[in-house]
Write a protein that binds this ligand. Structure first.
Ligand code: NAP
Length: 309
């Protein structure tokens, strides 16, 4: 029997209330001992305005989950690692690839676990899709990630600021699935990004990838979708077609819907984090973030009409 990992949360907001709290309270491997957030608190949990104040008041903390916007993740991660804490990072793991590399190296130096989480990889259809594609070579893939930003990201100013990623905030979830299920890595060959004239982050992106095996991937991300929302990946294979829908929650192979486990993305993330801590390992895969960085580097930029909430 090992004792529960004493966990703290930094940056209490939408995803903490929606997903982290239920997943943590259902997992006997963790006990939530404190939070650090400038404005928000969790009932019956000691709350502090800063990570420094929290770490000083609760030296028994073993691990922290960093759930603030990506532009502020590095500073908090560095402080937590310096204090010898294991660190769980919400997606995306940072605002730049280099800062994540710095954290990865620092976690190893400190002898603690660093987990760059990608929740969509734990959607129930993802591992069955990966197994199918390992046995049935894909030839092309079409990713359609189109949602209504006003519905899903109201009042999130950070998401429109530099480093907030804009439409890549949801789009990186698609890329986390693509990089998980494809048997061989692809790279970006062409991209077009649409920036509202009053924002520093894109509202839409059109991306083309390929690899030496000539697998072609076309991804369309758009935040102006009203009506039906789409989080779909359609793969053509040598044997037919595989389709993931609802962000990986449903799977069809050659037209037949496959029976899947119940959705448990965040419970699975916390099981993985506990396993990493117990094994003394880290898991920092930056491949989805690297594709986004490539899109900003290679993509043609088109200015489109201003976006107002
Ligand atoms: P959010 O509610 O807008 O922000 C989370 C919290 O971060 C805020 O409540 C705020 O708490 C703190 N924060 C905001 N601006 C900050 C700043 N300038 N400096 C320090 N802290 C700041 O966002 P969210 O939707 O929970 O998303 C947070 C992260 O989770 C993002 O990386 C996002 O991609 C990821 N995520 C979100 C979802 C989703 O459905 N929303 C799903 C999966 C992953 P205080 O004001 O109390 O400090």
């Amino acid at each position: 029997m090992t004792s529960p990992i004493k966990l703290a949360i930094v940056g209490v907001g939408k995803i903490v209330y929606d997903q982290h709290l239920p997943a943590i309270s259902a997992n006997p491997d963790f006990t939530l001992v404190a939070t650090a957030s400038r404005n928000n608190t969790i009932d019956n949990v000691p709350s502090f305005p800063t990570i420094e104040a929290m770490l000083e008041a609760h030296p028994e903390i073993d691990a922290v989950s960093l759930c603030m916007p990506p532009q502020y993740r590095y500073a908090a991660a560095r402080k937590a690692l310096a204090a010898g804490k294991h660190v769980f990072m919400e997606k995306p793991p940072g605002a730049t690839l280099s800062e994540v590399a710095d954290l990865d190296a620092y976690a190893a130096e400190q002898g603690v676990s660093l987990f760059a989480s990608w929740h969509s990889r734990y959607a129930p259809g993802v591992q069955p899709a990966k197994s199918h594609l390992a046995a049935n070579a894909p030839t092309s893939m079409h990713v359609i990630w189109k949602e209504d930003v006003r519905q899903w990201h109201p009042n999130q100013d950070w998401i429109w600021q530099a480093g907030g990623l804009g439409v890549f905030d949801p789009g990186i979830n698609a890329l986390s699935i693509v990089t998980e299920i494809l048997p061989s890595a692809v790279f970006l060959t062409k991209a077009a990004l649409e920036f509202p004239e009053n924002r520093d982050a894109p509202i839409a992106a059109d991306l083309h990838f390929q690899n030496a095996d000539a697998v072609k991937v076309h991804a369309e991300f758009d935040w102006r979708q009203t009506g039906k929302q789409s989080w779909d990946i359609v793969v053509t294979t040598v044997q037919g077609e595989l389709r993931l829908a609802d962000g990986g929650a449903r799977l069809w192979i050659n037209g037949a819907e496959q029976p899947l486990e119940k959705e448990a993305e965040y419970p699975s993330l916390y099981q993985r984090f506990a396993a990493l801590i117990r094994a003394g390992q880290s898991d920092v895969d930056v491949s989805p973030l690297r594709h986004v960085a490539d899109a900003f580097m290679l993509g043609r930029r088109k200015v489109v009409e201003a976006f107002h909430d």
